[in-house]
Design a protein around this ligand. Structure first.
Ligand SMILES: Cc1ncc(COP(=O)(O)O)c(C=O)c1O
Length: 476
C-alpha cells in the first residue's frame, strides 16, 4: 500500500534541510540529490504536467521505507523525503524489485517478452512515445511555418536536457540521426592529411573503425589499429595498448566507451589524458554508455562523443547526439551544408543542420533525457550494473558457459556476451527466441561468437532468472 505522495513544488526548502541532515549523517556524495524535481526548476512545473511516472517516483510503500536505514526512518514524515533517500542511494535502490517494477510499467513492452537487446535498440518509455505522438499529431495537423515556429525553442530545450545528462554545455551538444552520423561527422570533418595517424581499436563499431579506413584509402591517413583483448582485460592493459600506438604523427584517438562486441568498458578518462598537451583529438563512441552509465563529458575531457537515443537512453528511433567540446568546434568542417547553415552559427549547432528535420522526434528525444533525469543517472547505472552482474554470476553456474565480458563492473557496462562450449550458437539463439521469447543478439561464428544479453532498467531480476533457467534447460 502506498502511503505518501508529496509534490515538492512548494517544498524545496524542507527538502534542502532534509538533504543536509542526511548528508551530515552519511556523507554528501552518496546522498547528492539526483531527482529533477528538486530545486528551482521544479517550481516552474505545473501539477498537471507531472506524468504518472513522476508521481510514482514520489510514492513509496511502508515496506520499502523500513528496509532502508535509520536516517530515512528518522525523516519519515514525508514521502518525498523518503523517495529522495531512496533515489539518492543508488546502490541500495538497485536491488529494489518493487520500485523497478513500477518503472517497468512505464514501458509498453509485450507481456511474456524478455527483451535483452538494449545494445541494439531499446523500447521507448510511455512518456516518450506519448510525447512523440502528441507532436506528430500537432505537426501533421498543421505543418505551416507558423505552427512549426515553436519547435525551435522545444528543440533547444531538448538539447539543454541532453547536455545536462551528458555533463556538457548546451553549446557543445547537437542532435544527429544516430551514432553513425555523429561519428562520421568527426571522421569526415577533421582536417587530416596524408601521413597523419589515427589510433582506433579492433572492437570499435564499423562507424568508428571502417569509416576511418575508408578515409585512409581516400586521403593517405594512416590507421593504427590496437587489438582489443579477449581475455585478461585490465584497465592498465587497455590504456597501455592505446598509449603504445601513439607517435609524434598521431592526430586522433578514436575508441569506444563500452564495446558492443564483448562489453568491455574502456577507461575513458585515462585514455583521454594520454592526449593531453599533444594536440591529439579524442573521439569517444558512446553508443553503449549514454543512458546507462553516469558520467560527465566535462570530466572525461574527450573532444567529441557520439551516441544514439534509440539505445540505452530509451528514446525515439533515428535520433542521435553529437558532442564537440567548446574551443575545438572550429577545427571541424561540416560534412553536410544546406539551408540553415551559416558559419555564424554558434557552437556545435552547425553540425546539426541536416536539412528538414523530424521535429516531433527531436522533442521526444528531449523527453527521453527528462525521463533519465527524473530517475537519476546514478540510479539507472546502479540498476543496470546490478542486473548485469547478477546475470553474469547466474550464467557462470551453467555448465559450458564462457563469458566474454569482464566480471568487474569497472571494466564493463550492461552488455553481457557469452557462449556455450560445444553448442551451436545460432541454434541456441533461435531456441531461446522460439521456445522462450528471449530477445538477444547472436554472433554466429569467429572470435566473438556468442549470445549478447543486455539488461536495462525495464528488466526484472525474475526475467533474468527465467532467461538463465531457459538457457540451462537448452544446454542440459
Ligand atoms: C558501439 C557502437 N557504435 C555505434 C553504433 C551505431 O549505432 P547507430 O546504428 O545507432 O548509428 C552501434 C550500434 O550498435 C554501436 O554498438
Amino acid at each position: 500500500m502506498f502511503w505518501g505522495i508529496f509534490l515538492p513544488v512548494t517544498g524545496t526548502s524542507i527538502l534542502n534541510v532534509a538533504t543536509n541532515l542526511l548528508s551530515f549523517a552519511e556523507g554528501s556524495e552518496a546522498l547528492r540529490p539526483r531527482c529533477s524535481w528538486r530545486g528551482p526548476a521544479v517550481q516552474r512545473v505545473s501539477l498537471p504536467l507531472l506524468n504518472s511516472f513522476a508521481v510514482r517516483c514520489l510514492m513509496v510503500s511502508r515496506r520499502q521505507l523500513f528496509r532502508y536505514g535509520s536516517a530515512a526512518t528518522a525523516l519519515a514524515g514525508s514521502g518525498a523525503l523518503w523517495t529522495q533517500r531512496l533515489l539518492a542511494s543508488p546502490l541500495q535502490a538497485a536491488a529494489d524489485e518493487s520500485f523497478w517494477g513500477s518503472v517497468r510499467n512505464e514501458f509498453p513492452l509485450e507481456d511474456g517478452l524478455i527483451f535483452l537487446n538494449a545494445a541494439n535498440v531499446c523500447p521507448a518509455s510511455k512518456p516518450v512515445v506519448e510525447k512523440h505522438l502528441e507532436y506528430l499529431r500537432d505537426f501533421y495537423a498543421n505543418p505551416s511555418f507558423e505552427n512549426r515556429a515553436k519547435y525551435e525553442e522545444l528543440e533547444a530545450e531538448a538539447g539543454r536536457k541532453l547536455a545536462r545528462v551528458l555533463g556538457a554545455k548546451p553549446s557543445e551538444v547537437t542532435m544527429t540521426r544516430n551514432t553513425s552520423e555523429a561519428t562520421n561527422t568527426i571522421v569526415r570533418g577533421l582536417n587530416l592529411r596524408a601521413g597523419d595517424e589515427v589510433v582506433i581499436t579492433s572492437h570499435n563499431h564499423p562507424s568508428n573503425n571502417a569509416s576511418w579506413k575508408v578515409l585512409a584509402k581516400r586521403t593517405g591517413v594512416v590507421i593504427r589499429e590496437v587489438p582489443t583483448p579477449l581475455d585478461n582485460v585490465s584497465a592498465q592493459r587497455l590504456v597501455r595498448g592505446i598509449e603504445g600506438a601513439i607517435t609524434s604523427r598521431t592526430k586522433v584517438i578514436a575508441f569506444t566507451h563500452v564495446t558492443n562486441t564483448t562489453g568491455i568498458r574502456y577507461p575513458a578518462k585515462e585514455i583521454t589524458a594520454l592526449a593531453k598537451g599533444k594536440n591529439i583529438w579524442v573521439h569517444l563512441d558512446g553508443a553503449q554508455s549514454f543512458g546507462m552509465l553516469k558520467f560527465s563529458l566535462a570530466e572525461i575531457g574527450c573532444d567529441s562523443y557520439a551516441s544514439s537515443m534509440h539505445k540505452w537512453p530509451m528514446g525515439p528511433l533515428e535520433a542521435g547526439v553529437l558532442f564537440v567540446k567548446d574551443g575545438r568546434q572550429d577545427e571541424l568542417w561540416p560534412s553536410i551544408v544546406t539551408a540553415g547553415y551559416s558559419e555564424l552559427l554558434e557552437g556545435v549547432a552547425r553540425f546539426g543542420v541536416l536539412g528538414q528535420r523530424d521535429d516531433p522526434r527531436l522533442v521526444a528525444a528531449g523527453e527521453a533525457a527528462a525521463f533519465l533525469e527524473r530517475l537519476g543517472m546514478a540510479n539507472v547505472e546502479a540498476r543496470a550494473l546490478h542486473l548485469a552482474t547478477n546475470l553474469k554470476q547466474r550464467l557462470t553456474r551453467i555448465r559450458g558457459v564462457k563469458i566474454l565480458t569482464p566480471a568487474e563492473e569497472a571494466l564493463s557496462g550492461a552488455v553481457v556476451k557469452f557462449r556455450v562450449e560445444g553448442k551451436n550458437t545460432q541454434e541456441l539463439g533461435r531456441a531461446l527466441w522460439s521456445n522462450h521469447k528471449i530477445s538477444g543478439a547472436v554472433t554466429p561464428r569467429g572470435d566473438l561468437e556468442g549470445i549478447r544479453w543486455c539488461p536495462h532498467i525495464y528488466n526484472s531480476q525474475r526475467e533474468l532468472d527465467r532467461a538463465a533457467d531457459a538457457l540451462h534447460l537448452l544446454v542440459g
